[in-house]
Write a protein that binds this ligand. Structure first.
Ligand code: E4P
Length: 217
């Protein structure tokens, strides 16, 4: 499973990229708003840091296919690595069909059912983003959705890649890898949590203590 970072914060992106663990970035309107910076400016900075797919979403206020297609072309023109993120609606699917025929990569977001993922794949989406954590939040196991989509895409050899999104903790990451998701997009805080284990910290302390006891500083 490949790992992307889910943020528009360039410092966090730089830190994760320096670790060598991420190969892509996803943003969304909330994450861009959180940074309070110009969309294009942030995206250009991200593209200078990470050499891989960068998802930039159409404006939350753009709901018609025509508007999404126009914005999608503009987003794609920012950098060759851009992926246009489009919400899972009828208008969104129409936009995906047109953009994918033009060779523009798309990521259909806000996927909460296997049928939505199937429709997005058939419309030509490069990626689908099922939201694990938000399903867990309403007491519906999000991992079941990831497993269903993996199975359906496998059954029919669909090439659309599954980006497990709305990841909230390290267990989500392990579960998605076991389920066969192509990619997990993860907030920096969770990437950091994934590096930790109390036995690793204890081991480092013990090695240090034993070394110092014999050889000193
Ligand atoms: C996906 O691409 C979204 O940016 C993201 O994963 C949403 O996560 P949240 O449910 O934690 O906001």
């Amino acid at each position: 499973m490949k790992l992307f970072i889910d943020t528009a914060n360039v410092e966090d992106i730089r830190k994760a990229n320096d670790m060598g663990v991420i190969c892509g970035v996803t943003t969304n309107p909330s994450l861009i708003a959180k940074e309070g910076r110009d969309f294009k400016e942030v995206i250009k900075e991200i593209a200078e840091i990470v050499d891989g797919p960068i998802s930039g979403e159409v404006k939350a206020t753009t709901v018609d296919a025509e508007g999404m297609i126009k914005e999608g072309r503009e987003i794609a023109a920012i950098h060759p690595n851009m992926v246009v993120k489009i919400p899972m609606t009828v208008e969104g699917l129409k936009a995906v069909k047109v953009l994918s025929k033009e060779g523009i990569k798309t990521n259909v977001t806000l996927i909460f059912s296997a049928n939505q993922a199937l429709l997005a794949a058939r419309a030509g989406a490069t990626y689908v983003s099922p939201f694990l954590g938000r399903l867990d939040d309403i007491s519906s196991p999000g991992i079941n959705l990831i497993e269903d989509i993996v199975q359906i895409f496998d059954n029919y050899g669909l090439e659309t890649e599954i980006i497990a999104a709305s990841i909230r903790n390290p267990i989500h990451v392990t579960d998605c890898a076991l389920a066969g998701a192509s990619i997990a997009t993860i907030p920096y805080s969770v990437i950091e949590q994934m590096t930790k284990h109390p036995l690793t910290d204890q081991g480092i302390e013990k090695f240090k203590k034993d070394y110092l006891a014999v050889f000193g500083e």
